[in-house]
Design a protein around this ligand. Structure first.
Ligand code: SF4
Ligand code: SF4
Length: 197
């Protein structure tokens, strides 16, 4: 099956989108005087599902640039993660397993981490296409900091999600065929290999 490779322009646009997210995130974090430094928790063990082929392919762009020994170590951890997550989910438990890209507490593929890794932490809101607004209070540290402010800032995720959906739709359209919906952990994206047609 042919691998789905991102056109250079899509890859470039995704990097721009990620950079914009970072700017918006940092603005809110600065206003709250927030950082993850010294936190007793590590959110890289949170169970998240991801939904786009473009992020999956972009993640693999980063993986392929790593030395082969490093790649195989990551893939082995990802396979183990998936087995363990499947076991826990079958018991009705939400997995709390360290992301296979995490090394000594830090992200081992920072420039290629996924959207939710970039937005998690600070208080946020999103307006759905039907106009309904959803709010996320942020992590426990951010909530403590936000409580000290009369009008705490929040990150509006709406445009970032819209932008991502538009890029994903354009990419799928360019392939000229429908693809199954993506609903995978980051570990699953690594364990399964790059996306293919
Ligand atoms: S996002 Fe919040 S809870 Fe998670 S590691 Fe950072 S400071 Fe800690
Ligand atoms: S990709 Fe990086 S930031 Fe995201 S969960 Fe994995 S180690 Fe953490």
């Amino acid at each position: 099956m042919p691998e789905l490779i991102l056109p250079a322009e899509t890859s470039r646009q995704l990097a721009v989108l990620y950079a914009e997210m970072e700017i918006a995130y940092d603005r809110v974090a600065r206003q709250l005087d927030f950082s993850c430094a010294g936190c007793p928790d590590n959110c890289c063990d949170s169970y998240f599902l991801h939904h786009t082929y473009i992020e999956w392919a972009y993640l693999w762009e980063g993986i392929k640039a790593l030395p082969e020994t490093k790649q195989s170590g990551i893939i082995a951890r990802a396979v183990h993660y998936e087995l363990e997550a499947t076991r826990l989910l079958a018991k009705g438990e939400r997995p709390n397993l360290l992301c296979p890209l995490n090394e000594a507490g830090l992200c081992g593929l920072y420039a290629h981490r996924l959207l939710i890794c970039r937005l998690h932490g600070v208080p946020a809101k999103i307006t759905r296409p039907d106009g309904h607004e959803l709010r996320f209070p942020g992590c426990f540290r951010c909530q403590e900091l936000a409580e000290r402010q009369p009008n705490p800032p929040e990150l509006d995720r709406t445009d970032f999600f819209r932008w991502m959906v538009e890029m994903e739709s354009a990419f799928i359209k360019s392939l000229g065929q429908a693809l199954p919906r993506v609903k995978m952990t980051l570990a699953g994206m690594l364990a399964q290999g790059p996306p293919c047609l």
